[in-house]
Design a protein around this ligand. Sequence first.
Ligand code: 5RP
Length: 219
Amino acid sequence: MDQDQKKSAAAEAALAYVEVGDVVGVGTGTTVNHFIDFLGRAKGRIDGAVASSEASAERLSRLGIRLLDLNHLADVPLYVDGADEATSAGYLIKGGGGALTREKIVASASRKFVCVMDNSKLVKMLGAFPLPVEVIPMARSLVGRRLVAYGGLPEFREGFESDNGNVVLDARNLPLSNPHEMEKKINNIPGVVENGIFAERRADILLISGENGVECLET
Ligand code: 5RP
């Protein structure tokens, strides 16, 4: 089974969490693209979807899935998204695709966060994947210097603009043994919009696809 087949298997397994009449929060990325395609076949069962990026919104609407505005909803019962790294406790690094801010907003609004991934994403400790940090453009250098002071090695993501019109720094080497603390510390730097540590709102369920099928971890 190649990596894309594993992503597809994890995405398909997430369909079991979709209940009739649900509003489904939808993440971003290649794993989620498979989920969107499966959701397209089950669209009659759901009320609609809240997208975490322009790319996912476009894919959802191409399949005829009704897009809903988060501001008009009291509740998002389910959020399905991928990750760049995940621990078995549900802590994540996200934002490889640069959609981390909207992803964190929809994840935080959701009652259940199901994270779908192939088994290469499961790690003992977060941090091998460079941490994406979304930044207001004028604060790029300031934020970069602060990340260096925290032990990081930030790199400007060249040629990338987020859906919110911001830039992204990818920081290697940050100490992430306490993900809650680092999530808050980075978000406290003026000019940071959001960072890709998902600790305050971690995943509730991990669906991890490997050679022998999809394993479900409740965190
Ligand atoms: C996008 C994300 C994605 O969930 C993450 O990058 C995983 O992507 P993929 O499913 O393509 O491996 O956080 O901002």
